[in-house]
Design a protein around this ligand. Structure first.
Ligand SMILES: Cc1cc2nc3c(=O)[nH]c(=O)nc-3n(C[C@H](O)[C@H](O)[C@H](O)COP(=O)(O)OP(=O)(O)OC[C@H]3O[C@@H](n4cnc5c(N)ncnc54)[C@H](O)[C@@H]3O)c2cc1C
Length: 253
């Protein structure tokens, strides 16, 4: 239950509020995850006026403010086409207009198409108050421990990569049972990420050049069994989906 509400006007006011909390204090992006029923009492710091909702291109990097909504990012013409696909698959339009980029990454699980694609892009998060930068891959396993009372101010992604995203689900609009995203840099660097299972998407491969993607994918999902699918099924599908991603990247060269 929300028992206190703050609406800071900028980042420094936000940091001041969260510095010495007397009760549990939760940063609020779109609030769509926070507003779910909870018997716990907590204060919220609503970030909607904190000035974190802009997009900046710096050379080959896109800096996405933490409170940029999924819909705003979806409508940006410069992001990789398949990042758009992953956003489209993440939530229906109503939720995309409210849910923020940071809030979605913090609250997503392994079945998130957007988190899968952002991990393939090796997204980097900027944190205050210590001005740290942390990769999404480092954040995922330790979200609560790392974030504590830290504020994500922006998320940076490269714009000079090719990105593919493929998935299988019960229906085309459902969240994936298995999904794969492959990012390829002009240098040849290739990252393969799998989603559809567990607490967070998994990095299967990050290599300086192509090669071994399917084997790495099957290996990464060797224990990926749950009520939705067996590990054997996910391994087979992961190989097929990664192969499809690689074919699409080859065609779009
Ligand atoms: C009808 C409905 C269906 C949903 N379906 C799904 C679903 O299928 N899968 C799913 O995963 N979720 C689902 N959700 C939950 C929610 O929509 C998503 O997780 C959403 O993308 C969260 O984004 P948000 O901006 O609303 O986050 P918020 O609710 O504002 O915050 C989520 C978390 O992120 C933290 N946070 C937010 N911004 C920052 C920041 N700048 N710095 C540090 N921490 C921050 C918050 O403290 C909180 O812990 C659903 C919600 C609704 C209402």
């Amino acid at each position: 239950m929300i028992v206190e509400y703050y609406r800071p006007k900028d980042v420094s006011e936000t940091l001041e509020i969260i510095k010495n909390p007397k009760i549990k204090m939760v940063l609020m992006g779109g609030g769509t995850a926070i507003n779910r029923f909870s018997s716990e009492s907590f204060a919220v710091v609503d970030l909607q006026d904190a000035g974190l909702n802009s997009l900046h291109e710096k050379g080959r990097i896109l800096e996405i403010g933490a409170t940029v909504t999924l819909q705003t990012l979806y409508e940006n013409d410069n992001i990789p086409l398949n990042l758009k696909t992953s956003i489209y698959r993440e939530r229906a339009q109503n939720l995309r207009q409210v849910a923020t980029v940071a809030g979605t990454l913090v609250s997503s699980n392994g079945r998130s198409p957007f988190a899968t694609a952002m991990l393939a892009l090796d997204a980097a998060l900027s944190l205050k108050p210590d001005d740290e930068t942390i990769s999404l891959g480092d954040l995922f396993p330790l979200r609560e421990e790392i974030l504590g009372s830290k504020l994500i101010t922006k998320v940076a992604i490269p714009l000079n990569v090719q990105l593919a995203y493929e998935y299988v689900a019960r229906t085309p609009a459902d969240i994936p049972i298995v999904c794969a995203s492959v990012a390829k840099w002009p240098s040849g660097r290739t990252r393969v990420v799998l989603g559809g299972f567990g607490d967070a998407p998994i990095l299967a491969l990050d290599g300086p050049e192509s090669g071994g993607e399917e084997i790495s994918a099957a290996d990464a999902y060797r224990h990926a069994g749950d009520d939705w699918a067996s590990a054997e099924y996910r391994q087979e599908m992961a190989k097929i989906l990664v192969n499809r991603c690689l074919s699409k990247l080859e065609i779009s060269k």
